[in-house]
Design a protein around this ligand. Structure first.
Ligand SMILES: [Zn+2]
Ligand SMILES: [Zn+2]
Length: 334
């Protein structure tokens, strides 16, 4: 044996990373959401008044496609988590067939069989660095069952859009925690080529608020609040940054009050808007407009409850108080 020519070690190349699978998971969920969202939008904006339920019954295949994507996202999330320990745990087959000894030829990771869906769940929980409760297991199982009915048989289940939107948001929150759905959606649309040239404000007014309002209406207030770290069940306010849209029709169609006081106390001095992610300082003074019971005013000029400019009324009130104080001072001097 000629020792001067050492055969090199073979290796498994193109190993996937935690991030690769995370991006895949998020992309599947974005598509799963958009299939439902865009179709509902078409139904709503259709020239004829359509019966939503009937249309969706006809379009069950779209809902089925959404389920397949949610399932794929769940598997990618589990793989992402496993990769943080080692991507080799995702490989099926005998270890003795790994091309890692001297003289072996390299083999790409995707040329191997990967472990079955059943094994994936076991490896995921065995290697998980987060502490999960049984909820996530129930969720994984539920999606796996409805996906299998679609893929392996003729599904007799009638899926509905609210249920699927809830499953999509749950997948984000169960794997990545509160705010992950919304943060992900925001960054996806910031970078979307369709939205190039739109400034941040436009995006927030047009693209984001539409999706926030949609999800909120679709899954209901209680379920929606599980996905945010601020309490979205609390009273909501206009945000001084998002302000009021010029178009009054938009105001009727979407709910523009996405700002919440925090901390959630009587003396809260900050307001956080989930639509634009901005925090603003506010003052707790009663709104001077008749019929408005608001007590949250921004920069002494905008009432975040009724949305009206109250600078004149507040200046007038201040002037009257000063007059009273002045007259008291004169009386005291006499
Ligand atoms: Zn805002
Ligand atoms: Zn007001």
């Amino acid at each position: 044996m000629n020792l001067s020519i050492k055969p090199t070690l073979g290796m498994i190349t193109n190993l996937p990373s935690e991030l690769d699978y995370k991006l895949l998971a998020n992309s599947c969920l974005t598509q799963a959401f958009d299939i439902i969202f865009e179709t509902d939008k078409t139904i709503e904006n259709h020239t004829k008044k359509l019966d939503e339920e009937m249309v969706w019954e006809y379009l069950q295949d779209k809902l089925n496609a959404s389920v397949v994507l949610i399932h794929q996202a769940i598997e990618a999330n589990m793989k992402s988590s496993i990769c943080s320990t080692s991507p080799y745990l995702l490989l099926e087959g005998k270890r003795v067939e790994w091309p890692v000894l001297p003289g072996h030829n390299d083999k790409r990771f995707d040329e191997f069989y990967s472990i079955s869906s059943e094994s994936l769940v076991y490896v995921f929980f065995a290697t998980a660095k987060n502490t999960y409760d049984t909820t996530i297991f129930g969720h994984i199982e539920h999606i796996r069952k409805i996906r299998n009915q679609i893929v392996h048989g003729i599904s007799r289940n009638r899926l509905n859009t609210s249920e699927l939107v809830a499953h999509i948001l749950d997948t984000y929150t169960l794997f990545d925690g509160k705010d992950s759905w919304w943060n992900n959606l925001r960054s996806y649309y910031f970078e979307h080529p369709f939205n190039e040239g739109m400034d941040q404000g436009e995006l927030e007014t047009v693209v984001f608020i539409e999706k926030l309002t949609y999800a909120w209406k679709k899954i209901g207030k209680a379920s929606f609040s599980k996905h945010f770290s601020v309490n979205t069940r609390a009273r909501s306010y206009f945000c001084p940054y998002c302000m009021l849209p010029e178009d009054k029709n938009l105001l009727k169609k979407y709910d523009y009050k996405w700002a919440f006081l925090f901390p959630e106390k009587e003396d809260a001095r900050l307001i956080h808007c989930i639509n634009c992610n901005n925090d603003n300082e506010i003052s707790r003074i009663p709104c001077p407009i008749d019929g408005c019971a608001g007590t949250v005013i921004w920069e002494e000029h905008l009432c975040l409850t009724c949305g009206k400019d109250v600078s004149n009324e507040l200046a007038e009130k201040k002037r009257r108080i000063n007059d009273i104080l002045e007259s008291l001072r004169i009386t005291a001097k006499k």
